[in-house]
Ligand binder design. Sequence first.
Ligand code: GAL
Length: 354
Amino acid sequence: MSIEKKAFGILADGRKVSAYTLRNEAGAKVKIIDFGGALVQIKVPDREGNNADVICGYDQLDSYINGDGYQGALIGRFGNRIGGSKFTLDGKTYKVSVNDNGVNSLHGGICGFNAKIWNAEMVDGDEPRLILTLTSPDGEEGYPGKLDVKVTYTLTANNSVVIDYYAVCDKPTILNLTNHAYFNLGGYNSGKIFDHKLWLDADSYLPTDEKLIPTGEIRSVTGTPFDFTTEKTIGQDFDLTNTDLGLAGGFDHCFNFKGGETEEPVLRGILTDEKSGRQMKMYTNQPCVQFYSGNFLNNEKYPFKNNYPQGLQNALCLETQKMPDAINHDNFTDCVLRPGQEYKYTTIYEFGVI
Ligand code: GAL
């Protein structure tokens, strides 16, 4: 119904950062900043019709620049970790930036897509859209090939936030784009997400080592705390004496959807907060989701909006993606993009009430 641009802040080098607010007839509101293409606000109604902001994040640009956690940001070139910060593609070994635990590469490296200013184009209409583009030069953060990326955010009439990802390259490369929004359906300031119920259409997950690099095993969820094939609360099996949960401090694992990648987006996850009545359905055509239960949300220096303190498990991420470190495991999903091919996928977060 409308899209509006406002100043959000200025970077140290003088570049201006803007915020874009998308509104629909139903009264939902979505805010995105061009710094990191970050989703900074989603206001949707509870069962009484009261809007709350279900996205964690900050009030000011400085926190998006210096605070950790990749709040709401677009992630690239490669979502999650690359073990040892290196990989071999077509017989050539590439070293990518080390920015995690002194050895691994996380979420695209030192200056990933979360730290770029994206070009923004506003498209007004019943279903307002924000089209974000950027070009990543050949060799950026160690990744081969020039990459042209386009991400479109759409707010639909039925309170869905649709994220369309698109990219092309000029040399063989690897790619794993996602969004790092932190959700709390009670509102960003409503505490732990242990009572949220989750259903995931995932029959296996990837165990990791202590630095959160997948071991290479693809393990069935059956009989483990990772079985969300029947809806349950996040708190129910949140047991840090379980080896995999203990290593990560909670859920921070790649869940693999039944049957893998699909042509069209398919319903793969449902998150429900019975207290407020808000529910979020997640559709995607990606093969996996990183379900991260906010196990590092404890940076006191960067409180959330309205000074609400960070807190472990105060929000969760559902990052649709291919498998982390895929290029270093022959049995993992394909993550190579070649010239002439189009990287294309859609994730929909649809908000409703129960
Ligand atoms: C997640 C990742 C976590 C952590 C977080 C950022 O996507 O799975 O291990 O790195 O990003 O704090």
